[in-house]
Ligand binder design. Sequence first.
Ligand code: NAD
Length: 248
Amino acid sequence: MFDLKGRTAIVTGAGRGVGAEIARHLARRGAIVAVNDVVDERAEEIAAEILADGGTAIAAVFDVTDHGAVATAAAALEREVGGVDILINNAGVPAQMRVAKFVDSLPEDWRKYIELNLYGVMNCCRAIVPGMCKRGWGRVITISSGAGTVGLNFGVSPYAAGKGGAISFMRHLALETAASGVTANTVAIGLIDNQADPSVTASLAKTIPVGRLGRPDDVAALCLYLASSEAAWMTGQTIGLNGGSPTS
Ligand SMILES: NC(=O)c1ccc[n+]([C@@H]2O[C@H](COP(=O)([O-])OP(=O)(O)OC[C@H]3O[C@@H](n4cnc5c(N)ncnc54)[C@H](O)[C@@H]3O)[C@@H](O)[C@H]2O)c1
């Protein structure tokens, strides 16, 4: 099950964290993986690691918020490794993420969250999904957040607007592409233990019913399923992956 041999995948924002783990898992199942990041050393490091582990990977350095750069990169990938079968929209944390109550936020700070979390997803889908539809097979998976599905009092409303926008967009994309063999699903993840300070995460973990924060491999395992042929009947869904937490 979940054999990805012969498939080409791209994971955005895969130079570290959750995206890097998704890229490693896809490669272990046999996919050729394009490791995207806006930071070239990060993309190159993870691609090299996958190669050293016996997988097939290339670095694909571009900014998902730049539609022209995304389209150019998608065309180059098609020439070099074939059309993309699996698109994982993972890039989602802007470089300077500021937490602030909306009433104290600055309008000039909102744009980066929407551009990355909504336009970034739309740019990649616009460049890659037409080829999937033409070939009659594709998997689009967007990594969203519990912040896009419930209200939180953490001061992350512009980020949540982008995450929630992507969830709505994916539902519509799923229906438009369902008859072409292309599925589109979103994973709304809760808090992930991603090199965070353990003194902070220990208390947060206690609020999660299963008693721990999520790990990047929890997300990667679900992505493997969603990316597989076995998941052909799963589309248009927003799947909460959060240790049972009702608030994320
Ligand atoms: N970590 C969490 O607790 C958590 C919780 C909920 C949702 N998420 C979501 O999970 C995903 C991964 O989060 P993470 O914690 O691994 O993030 P991270 O910050 O560790 O890694 C994200 C990577 O994306 C890259 N990136 C940023 N902007 C980019 C752009 N414009 N184009 C291409 N690459 C870009 C960064 O350089 C970085 O390497 C994100 O969508 C995030 O919103 C994370």
